[in-house]
Design a protein around this ligand. Sequence first.
Ligand code: SF4
Ligand code: SF4
Length: 253
Amino acid sequence: MISAHEWDAWCSELSGVGLAVMGVMHPTQLDDRLQRHVLDYAPEAMQAPQWWVIGHQGRKLWETICDAYQVTSLANATNEEHPIDMWVRRFLTERIRQRAWHAHVWTPDEAGEIGVAAPLQGIGRALGWRHTAPFQLSIEETWGTWFAYRAVICATSLAPWSEPKQQRNPCEACVSRPCESACPAGACAPSWRGDRCQSHRLACNSSCQHDCLARRACPVGSVHAYSREQMRDHSLPSLNVITELARSKPETR
Ligand code: SF4
Ligand code: SF4
């Protein structure tokens, strides 16, 4: 068992680079569908007695990584396809090794020790980070939508357990709903229209290619909002995915 003192030191070390432990859970806290998915694709992760879910909050992690590469944006700073995931994996693996803890780092890409992508959104929901903004990002009261899950540490060395997060949905009390009127594609209301969002992002000179005006209009946690450069780095993977999808669609005549 990891002592409270060791655990506090670990949490402070993570916080120093912009990471945070978002929860400590058992894999059976996942809903049945996700448990079956993990059992099928990553059975060794399901066997771990404990998962530590790691995320970033606000700008600090991105600034730390830019400093490490001595750049002002991660685009073209490295040959790696997912530089943030790679940096986080290396950092966590090294720090766990230094402590001689028994734990594997599981990240949202397929390049790590477990070899399949961790379903981080579903894992976050199991921890109680379960509310979704009209533009389809997770939202919570302090950080708004300016946070993300980065990794799960499948641990045999046991840390103090955490309770699932209980919190109200900020969108339920939001009467003016500025996010909805800020979306130039009308994708957020009256219900989510992913097709409209994707078309708008792919349009020439789109204001949403590397940003989301709806997200920026939300006042919740806005003090933690990412810079334009950070947004660009975070939005590139999803832009690449929807560009590929659009290319692979058969043309209609
Ligand atoms: S602006 Fe209001 S409705 Fe939109 S995400 Fe923020 S809290 Fe939710
Ligand atoms: S990226 Fe643009 S189109 Fe998509 S939800 Fe955000 S504001 Fe709307």
